[in-house]
Design a protein around this ligand. Structure first.
Ligand SMILES: Nc1ncnc2c1ncn2[C@@H]1O[C@H](COP(=O)(O)OP(=O)(O)OP(=O)(O)O)[C@@H](O)[C@H]1O
Ligand SMILES: [Zn+2]
Length: 656
């Protein structure tokens, strides 16, 4: 097949030569990655590298056709290589069983390639590859699918938007006190249950505490649990602030004791924080042995029927039974592990999933929140949208078509393409953007001088939180150096241990207060960011930091209105209250995370910002300054984005 394509009339000679001489990196050997690799070897590419950190799971086999039953447990990258070679043994394929985010793959690694093809499933890795390709100035073709929807886009420094130019919908997070004290939606109970799993069997994380949060500001002034503390005996361990896992271990994970602590005593403790219930329905504690058996007959019938068991809403009694069974199975699994090792929550692990479904439903019942079936909880907890082999295959096809254009230097023909289930009004299933999307001059990654505003409670947030939660998790740097501008104080050093003494200090203690500027440098990503600090007193139910990429959005409202009066209205008749350039603000707040690592799909929010009446020829000027260490940045004029998909469909889906 490859021979036919290269030897015959399918590709013109110059493209055949470019394909033959190019070096390509595929990042990810999952659903899209396997399809891309197969396409590449069949099209005549001779030098391919592929990287994936994972091993093959049985659940991959229905769509990742380079893998078969006998490969389960083996490296995805290595097996993908072997299978692809069986189609075309003359290709050189180098496989890495590794994460692309490790320091083994620096700028010089990326510079070797003519084009990089992303086939990833999480934002963090995508952000990282985006930055590396910008720095190395290598074109990146980014792709993603969710169910029947797929998307392919080119990212080329100075020519197109980068992956981080437009803010993505904030990954769903919930304030800790909502999760711990006042859940009001099923998802709050599910997040709590996943945290509980980690507290009992997983990697313990102090941000994932499940016990009542006595520091809840809304509870202040009430009796805040004193009554409960007096009434309850500590020997039960119920409201003592002992480590949840140690306590559970000390009672051999006895289901009754755990149940009564979590769903009775802790709930009573919450009830005693009376201020919380002034304007809310108070929770009703549940006690082991007194569980409601409504619908129990159905439950018995369904006990052996896996499908029904998955799809019906369990009675409280049944949830209690599943709680008991899953705890006992997880305890046995945990006991088999070496000291210091832990279980990892996985939606496909029967007992781990049962545990979360049972706990979430019991807690939901207590807080008078609708209960859900195990199936529904699984999709919410795992953030699952079914992967469809055909969508992956089509998407991978478009990726490779884009790669051809990139190799031919035809960046102007690489508009983003969206795959849809149903044809749009123009009868298109593959909907291309009309134009390339120009870089956002205010992007905090690819702009000439990346900067953001960090609204943060400087009295509460510590240097460690600044590093781990804000810089690494939210801003996606890998190993930051941070200096307090003007004072030369090193707040965080990338050298291990050098600034550990700062870790527990609050920002304020290091004079990081309102108006300060922090200079962040990530040597590995070759990325510099300037952060302006704005102090805010974090309220209850509010994350204690927020990142704002557009400084103008911080203007006080009054000033904005004054400005609006003074300035002429813009051409489309709207006042200047609109963000400068009509650009969206990047704003991310963080607290408890649902499932931070997995793919998530978002409805494009910025079609509000797309001016549908604007003719597709109207132009905006891309930034003229360049990222550091860069030279030529390609064409200088790009078209404003008018997304043809957005003007016809009510819900354009973007996969990030
Ligand atoms: N940092 C990373 N470095 C290398 N590979 C990565 C990295 N992050 C994710 N991947 C890989 O990207 C691939 C994405 O493929 P895909 O979306 O099909 O996910 P999957 O895990 O195979 O399937 P599913 O998530 O649906 O169970 C996965 O094989 C995953 O291991
Ligand atoms: Zn950008």
């Amino acid at each position: 097949m490859a021979a036919q394509l290269t030897g015959g009339s399918v590709f013109e000679k110059s493209l055949q030569e470019k394909i033959h001489d190019s070096k390509v990196l595929v990042v990810g050997a999952g659903g899209i990655g396997c399809e891309i690799l197969k396409n590449l070897v069949m099209c005549g590419f001779q030098d391919i590298e592929i990287i994936d950190l994972d091993t093959i799971d049985v659940s991959n086999l229905n769509r990742q056709f380079l893998f078969h039953k006998e490969h389960v447990g083996k490296s995805k990258a290595n097996v993908a290589r072997e299978s692809a070679l069986s189609f075309n043994p003359n290709v050189k394929i180098t496989a890495y069983h590794d994460s692309i985010t490790t320091t083994n793959y620096g700028v010089s690694f990326f510079q070797k390639f003519n084009v990089v093809l992303n086939a990833l499933d999480n934002r963090a890795a995508r952000n990282h590859v985006n930055r590396m390709c910008l720095t190395a100035d290598v074109p990146l073709i980014e792709s993603g699918t969710a169910g029947y929807n797929g998307q392919v886009e080119l990212i080329k420094r100075g020519v197109t938007q980068c992956y981080e130019c437009q803010p993505k919908e904030a990954q769903k997070t919930f304030p800790g006190c909502t999760i711990r004290n006042t859940p009001s939606e099923p998802i709050h109970c599910i997040v709590w249950s996943k945290h509980l799993f980690n507290q009992l069997f997983g990697e313990s994380n102090e941000d994932e505490d499940v016990s009542p949060d006595t520091a809840d500001p809304e509870a202040a002034g009430g009796k805040a649990g004193e009554e409960a503390l007096q009434k309850e005996s500590n020997e039960k361990g119920n409201v003592d602030r002992v480590n949840t896992r140690s306590w559970a271990q000390s009672c051999q994970y006895n289901a009754e004791k755990l149940f009564n602590k979590l769903f009775h005593d802790d709930i009573n403790y919450l009830l005693s924080m009376s201020n919380l219930w002034k304007n809310r329905n108070p929770p009703k504690p549940a006690k082991w042995g007194e569980l409601d058996d409504e619908g129990e007959k159905d439950a018995e019938n369904s006990a052996n029927d896996a499908v029904l068991r998955d799809q019906k809403v369990w009675s409280l009694k049944e949830a209690g039974r599943v709680f008991e069974e899953s705890i006992s199975a997880l305890r046995d699994e945990f006991a088999k592990l070496a000291d210091g090792d832990h279980l990892v929550w996985d939606k496909d692990d029967k007992h781990a999933m049962d545990f979360v479904a049972a706990c979430a439903n019991i807690r939901a019942q207590i807080f008078n929140i609708p209960r859900k079936s195990r199936f529904e909880i699984k999709s919410m907890a795992g953030n699952i949208i079914p992967a469809i082999a055909t969508t992956n295959a089509i998407t991978a096809g478009v990726v490779v078509m884009h790669a051809f254009k990139v190799l031919q230097g035809q960046f102007d023909k690489c508009q983003s393409v969206y795959m849809r289930l149903r044809p749009n009004a123009r009868n298109q299933l593959f909907i291309p953007d009309r134009t390339l999307n120009a870089p956002n001059p205010k992007c905090y990654v690819c702009a000439a001088k990346p900067e953001v505003v960090l609204k943060v409670d400087t009295k509460v947030v510590t240097v460690k939180e600044l590093r781990d939660d804000i810089l690494i998790k939210a801003l996606n740097v890998i190993n930051p150096d941070v200096v307090l501008d003007g004072k030369g104080v090193i707040v965080i050093s990338s050298e291990e241990g050098e600034t550990d003494c700062n870790n527990d200090k609050k920002l304020e203690e290091l004079s990081i207060v309102d108006g300060c500027i922090l200079k962040v440098d990530d040597f590995f990503q070759n990325y510099e960011l300037s952060i302006t600090i704005v102090h805010k007193d974090a309220q209850r139910d509010e994350a204690n930091f927020e990142i704002i990429a557009d400084l103008d959005s911080l203007k006080p409202k009054v000033d904005e209105e004054k400005d609006a009066e003074q300035q002429p209205s813009t051409s489309n008749g709207s006042s200047s209250k609109k963000d400068t350039n009509g650009e969206p603000k990047a704003s991310t707040s963080h607290a408890a995370n649902i499932d931070d690592d997995d793919d998530d799909m978002c409805i494009i929010e910025d079609d509000k910002q797309i001016d549908h009446d604007q003719p597709s020829t109207s132009s905006i000027t891309p930034p003229t300054e360049k990222r550091k260490h860069t030279d030529d940045d390609g064409p200088s004029t790009k078209k404003a984005r008018v997304d043809p998909a957005a003007d016809e469909d009510e819900d354009l889906i973007v996969i990030d």
